[in-house]
Design a protein. Structure first.
Lengths: 110, 114
C-alpha cells in the first residue's frame, strides 16, 4: 500500500510570508493531485502533475513534481488569509490505489 | 452544472444503531468514491465504484459497512452496527473516469456516534 506523508502537519504563519508543503511517497506516483479543503466543505482540486520534474504555477502557488516522481511540493508566495485550509496530496493515476496524503493544516494570520 | 449531493449533512446516533448515507454524483460521472475523514486528517478511501461495479473496497470494514451503487448512478453507504470510532465525516466524490481525472466532492455527512 502506497503511503503519502505530508509535512509539516501544521503551519501557522503571518500574512505575506512564504511557505512550502511537501508530499512524499514510498513508491513512484503515476500522477499526483493537490487539493485544498476548507472547514465544512469537500476538497477542491488545485492542480494535477504527471511528468517528473514538472513545475506548474497557479497565481501565487507553485507546484513541483520530483524528477523520480516520488515526491511533490507546493510553494505559496505571500500567503493571504484566504489560503487558510487543509492541503492534501492525492495519488490516483493509472491503476494505483486512490490514496490521500496525511494533510497539512495551514493557518494564515492577518 | 449541479455538484455532488449528499444527505443528510449531520447525523447523531447511539453506538450499535444503524445509519445510511446517500450520494448523488455529477451526471455522467462513471466513478464514485466514498471516503471517511477524521478531523484534521486526509480522507481514507472506503470504496470506489466504476459504474455499478466495485473497483476497490480493500479498506471497507465489511463486517459493519456496506455500499451499493444501483444503476451506476446514486449510491448509499450503510453502517450497521455503528461504533464510537465511526465518528467522522463521510465524503462522497465522483469523477468522469478512473485515474487522474479531477474528483468533485460533496459537502460530506458529519456522523457522531455516542
Amino acid at each position: 500500500t502506497q503511503l503519502l506523508e505530508q509535512s509539516p502537519q501544521f503551519l501557522s504563519i503571518q500574512e505575506g510570508e512564504n511557505l512550502t508543503v511537501y508530499c512524499n511517497s514510498s513508491s513512484v506516483f503515476s500522477s499526483l493531485q493537490w487539493y485544498r479543503q476548507e472547514p465544512g466543505e469537500g476538497p477542491v482540486l488545485l492542480v494535477t502533475v504527471v511528468t517528473g520534474g514538472e513545475v506548474k504555477k497557479l497565481k501565487r502557488l507553485t507546484f513541483q513534481f520530483g524528477d523520480a516522481r516520488k515526491d511533490s511540493s507546493l510553494h505559496i508566495t505571500a500567503a493571504q488569509p484566504g489560503d487558510t485550509g487543509l492541503y492534501l496530496c492525492l495519488s490516483s493515476g493509472g491503476y494505483q490505489k486512490v490514496t490521500f496524503g496525511t494533510g497539512t493544516k495551514l493557518q494564515v494570520i492577518p | 452544472e449541479a455538484g455532488v449531493a449528499q444527505s443528510p449533512r449531520y447525523k447523531i446516533i447511539e453506538k450499535r444503531q444503524s445509519v445510511a448515507f446517500w450520494c448523488n454524483p455529477i451526471s455522467g460521472h462513471a466513478t464514485l468514491y466514498w471516503y471517511q475523514q477524521i478531523l484534521g486528517q486526509g480522507p481514507k478511501l472506503l470504496i470506489q465504484f466504476q459504474n455499478n461495479g466495485v473497483v476497490d473496497d480493500s479498506q471497507l470494514p465489511k463486517d459493519r459497512f456496506s455500499a451499493e451503487r444501483l444503476k451506476g448512478v446514486d449510491s448509499t453507504l450503510k453502517i450497521q452496527p455503528a461504533k464510537l470510532e465511526d465518528s467522522a465525516v463521510y465524503l462522497c466524490a465522483s469523477s468522469l473516469d478512473r485515474g487522474q481525472h479531477e474528483q468533485y466532492f460533496g459537502p460530506g455527512t458529519r456522523l457522531t456516534v455516542t
